[in-house]
Design a protein around this ligand. Structure first.
Ligand SMILES: [Zn+2]
Ligand SMILES: [Zn+2]
Length: 141
């Protein structure tokens, strides 16, 4: 093998490796906002029992607003976002039930001692569902 060529290959490998190491190190220092896909959409829901307005919003937009709302030093459990339906700071991240018949928007972990993703409306948990499907598939084999 040509000596110059093999040196070239090695130095390219070293360059690539240090590039990726540098990237992963500088990435970990970030607060994470930049790691979020700007197109990512989440569901938010109002915790006021008489309101319960649900809407879609950009995940980045949501996290930016949460960070702006939180008082310094407060890490979690801060106030929710302003709900424009009832005017209270009670808008929190929620999730939408993917069952076509249901499509309820609910809070993750609302059921205790149960799968956190169980939908309070149709009682389907996607975790439980996929586990059951996996089990029945392995039983058929
Ligand atoms: Zn509301
Ligand atoms: Zn449901």
């Amino acid at each position: 093998m040509n000596k110059n060529l093999s040196y070239g290959v090695i130095s390219v490998c070293i360059l690539l490796t240090s590039f990726f190491v540098y990237r992963s190190m500088s990435g970990s220092g970030n607060t994470g906002l930049n790691a979020i896909d700007p197109d990512s959409i989440i569901w938010v829901k109002c915790k006021t029992s008489t309101c319960q307005a649900a809407q879609e919003m950009g995940e980045r937009e949501f996290l930016e607003a949460v960070q702006a709302n939180a008082s310094p030093g407060q890490r979690r459990g801060g106030p929710g976002l302003l709900c424009d339906q009832c005017g209270k700071m009670r808008l929190y991240k929620a999730q939408k039930c993917p069952e076509a018949e249901c499509l309820a928007v609910f809070f993750y972990g609302s059921a205790q001692n149960d799968y956190p993703d169980r939908c309070p409306k149709c009682k389907v948990s996607q975790t439980e569902k996929s586990r059951k499907e996996r089990r029945s598939r392995s039983a058929e084999e």
